[in-house]
Design a protein around this ligand. Structure first.
Ligand code: 2BA
Length: 109
C-alpha cells in the first residue's frame, strides 16, 4: 500500500476529491498553505493499493491545473531617504505537487 499526498490549488481540491470518490478511492482533504506564497492550498491524502497508484495519479493530473500567481515581494529594509518601487512578480504554481510514500501498516477500526 502507498500513501499519496497531493498538494493542490484550493479551487481544484473539491473537484479532485469528487473525482477520486467516483472511482471508489478514499480520500481526505486537509487545509494547508504554501510556505513560499503563504496562500491557502489543499492537501489531499489517499491510501491506495500499489497497483492503483498510477490510476490515482492520473485522476490528480486530470483535475488539477497549473496557474500563474502574482506575488508582491517584501520591501527591503530602507534607509531614510531611500526609495523603493515594489513590482509584482509572477510565479508559476504547479497543478499538483505529489509525494508517494510507502505504508508500513494500515488499520481501520
Ligand atoms: P508555495 O510554497 O506557496 O509555492 C508556490 C510556488 O512558488 C511554487 O509552486 C513555486 O513555483 C514557487 N516557489 C516555491 N518556493 C520557491 C522558492 N524558494 N523560490 C522561488 N520560487 C518558489 P509549486 O512548486 O508548484 O508548489 C506549490 C505548492 O506545493 C507550494 O506552495 C507548497 O505548498 C507545495 N510544495 C511544493 N514543493 C514542495 C516540497 N518539496 N515539499 C513540500 N511542499 C511542497
Amino acid at each position: 500500500m502507498k500513501l499519496v499526498m497531493a498538494i493542490v490549488h484550493g479551487d481544484d481540491a473539491d473537484m479532485l476529491v469528487e473525482a477520486l470518490l467516483r472511482k471508489e478511492f478514499r480520500a481526505t482533504k486537509l487545509a494547508s498553505s504554501g510556505g513560499f506564497l503563504r496562500r491557502s492550498n489543499a492537501t489531499v491524502i489517499l491510501g491506495v493499493d500499489d497497483d492503483q497508484v498510477d490510476a490515482a495519479l492520473q485522476i490528480v493530473k486530470d483535475n488539477c491545473t497549473s496557474r500563474t500567481e502574482v506575488v508582491n515581494p517584501m520591501p527591503p529594509i530602507m534607509e531614510p531617504g531611500e526609495f523603493y518601487l515594489p513590482y509584482p512578480v509572477e510565479v508559476q504554481v504547479g497543478g499538483a505537487t505529489v509525494f508517494v510514500l510507502p505504508v508500513d501498516r494500515f488499520e481501520r477500526f
